[in-house]
Design a protein around this ligand. Structure first.
Ligand SMILES: NC(=O)c1ccc[n+]([C@@H]2O[C@H](COP(=O)([O-])OP(=O)(O)OC[C@H]3O[C@@H](n4cnc5c(N)ncnc54)[C@H](OP(=O)(O)O)[C@@H]3O)[C@@H](O)[C@H]2O)c1
Length: 191
């Protein structure tokens, strides 16, 4: 009996420690030269290797997104599997099977049970998330296609920490590289 209780207490403490660990917040986005990320409610570019990168990075973690981004994801892919899906919307009656709906970015971060949180857009949610982000996982695409949604300016707050070599995508004929930017200024909001 005692052993059973001891096991329960140890389990509870483990859960508490997980929650107490500082959460890491990463914004992941594919951006072109003018920081364009979207056009007419959809992505501007679709590079298969970048999609693979997105899945590899975000699997087993929390993904936070805006209601418009959620609606732009083909139904067969949502909710993103093996990830905790959190949607930000002002509509508290909004219904999205398999996802948690919250009214603010702060609540989204608070509701995450995972230690690693990926903010996955779109434009409005990247702007809300920027003050909280520890790092940015950017796929930089060398292109100038029409765009109506943009990633926020970030180069004063983050420094380029790692980058891949330039990669050529034969399917789209686009050049791109993977970049990790780390925050340089302690300007982010405490959480
Ligand atoms: N290239 C990339 O990596 C990438 C990644 C993701 C998305 N995208 C693109 O980005 C575009 C969508 O971005 P978007 O800026 O139009 O929309 P969004 O950021 O995905 O979602 C906007 C919605 O979020 C909610 N919201 C925004 N601010 C809020 C606040 N302060 N409090 C509570 N809720 C708030 C509102 O939902 P309600 O209206 O329900 O209240 C708002 O309509 C699409 O074109 C998509 O393809 C690109």
């Amino acid at each position: 009996m005692f052993k059973f209780f001891k096991k329960c207490i140890m389990k509870t403490n483990h859960k508490k420690n997980e929650k107490m660990k500082k959460q890491e917040i990463i914004m992941i986005a594919a951006i072109q030269n003018d920081r364009g990320i979207g056009y007419q409610g959809d992505l501007i570019h679709s590079i298969k290797n970048d999609m693979k990168h997105f899945v590899e990075q975000t699997t087993n973690h929390t993904v936070i997104m805006g209601r418009k981004n959620w609606e732009s994801i083909p139904e067969k892919y949502r909710p993103f599997k093996n990830r905790e899906n959190i949607i930000i919307s002002r509509d508290n009656n909004y219904h999205a099977p398999g996802a948690i709906i919250v009214p603010t970015i702060e609540e989204a971060i608070k509701q995450s049970t995972k230690q690693k949180i990926y903010i996955i857009g779109g434009g409005q949610i990247y702007t809300l998330g920027l003050p909280y982000a520890d790092s940015l996982d950017i796929t930089h695409i060398d292109a100038h296609a029409p765009a109506d949604i943009f990633f926020p300016k970030f180069k004063d707050l983050f420094t380029l920490d790692q980058k891949s070599e330039k990669i050529h995508d034969t399917e789209t004929n686009l050049d791109y590289e993977f970049q990790i930017w780390k925050r340089i200024q302690k300007t982010y909001l405490t959480r």
